[in-house]
Design a protein around this ligand. Sequence first.
Ligand SMILES: *Cc1c(COP(=O)(O)O)cnc(C)c1O
Length: 430
Amino acid sequence: MTRKTIPFDIEDVKRMEETTPTPFHVYDGAAILARAEALRRAFAWAPGYRNYFAVKATPNPAILELLRAADTGADCSSLAELVMAERSGLTGDRVMFTSNDTPAEEFRKAAKMGATINFDDIGHIGFAERALGGRLPQVACCRYNPGPLKDGNAIIGKPEEAKYGFTRPQLFEGYRMLKERGVRKFGLHAMVASNERSAPYFVETARLLFDLVAALSRELGIAFDFVNLGGGFGIPYRPEEDEIDLDAVGRGVKEAAEDILVRNGIAMPRIATESGRFVTGPCGWLVSRVLHVKRTYRVYAGLDASMANLMRPALYGAYHHITVFGKENAPAAEVYDVTGSLCENNDKFAIARPLPELEPGDVVAIHDAGAHGHAMGFNYNGKLRSAEWLLPPGGGAPVLIRRAETLNDLFSTLVPPLRVRPEPPSGGRG
Ligand SMILES: *Cc1c(COP(=O)(O)O)cnc(C)c1O
């Protein structure tokens, strides 16, 4: 069981609304730091352990700076994410570049920042070498796709059908190529699950990777500097679900490393992870107002937010808990489809959800919107992306860390741009 709480109240919402009308996202800085620390604690036994926060989960410099101060790194997969990490003070070995189908300029940017390049494909080694003028960085990592050796899950799919990573034989060839090209420090990476809460699943993945490290070390005479277990640590979206037992993951990974590596005379590599969702997911809420209640074949509560603000329910049928401000203790008296306004029938935050009786003007908080929430936003139907607020870890008033988009933002790339005057209010209702 997980208690679904909210670290701000309706008075805070009203104050934020004076600057940015609903909908908007609110993040809890103290909770983000506590979860980054929980991850660190689980791997406290591992010298040099680091989580590289997956920037794509919550791409905002305020969040990255918060995590940087807590010794977290950044996992980037695009030029924009590299630039944002750099501007947030994260460069060098604090940055992992785990991309796929990678453009040449992104390899160049990553190398320039001193980021650790995690190759997605054997063909990328020569491609990057050419992009970098014939010289690869001293450190390199390869991404392993275990294919049929590992079951996937609903979000990431089966490894066999996934576009990511090297096959096992390709890894042997890939590291040989890297060694020949002067690379001196090696890492091995895999990310085969998404939103997975089973500790044994991650331990099993670690075993697979350590076995490979042992085989590659022996055959190629190379030493592994680090093993990156990827991200995918899940969170309890439903109140009846439990948090993943990270300490059990940490203990299991330690046992596996001792078993497979240390006992066979292979030096213990540093452990890295790329967790995004676990760190920020439960620490973000999408705040929205009920605009309409409609009674036809079902009862619909229409919000001023849409799947442009939080796509997970529409994309994966994901559950997100909903709390109605002022009705926290009211009985769930009616069953609603909670919808957005896109001209897409899957624009629903909840389907057949028992909730307290809703009226226009009610304010709701949609939980667990801190990762892969705002970040997946888009502009279909001309929907504007919402504002983001951060509750500072030390307490005090919420800080605006992204304003809402305006119509002029939306129209600015048209040729010629379309200007609207005067600007309507900067919220999603504008
Ligand atoms: C998305 C992604 C992550 C982060 O996943 P979470 O589920 O947010 O932990 C980490 N690494 C890679 C390569 C990814 O694609």
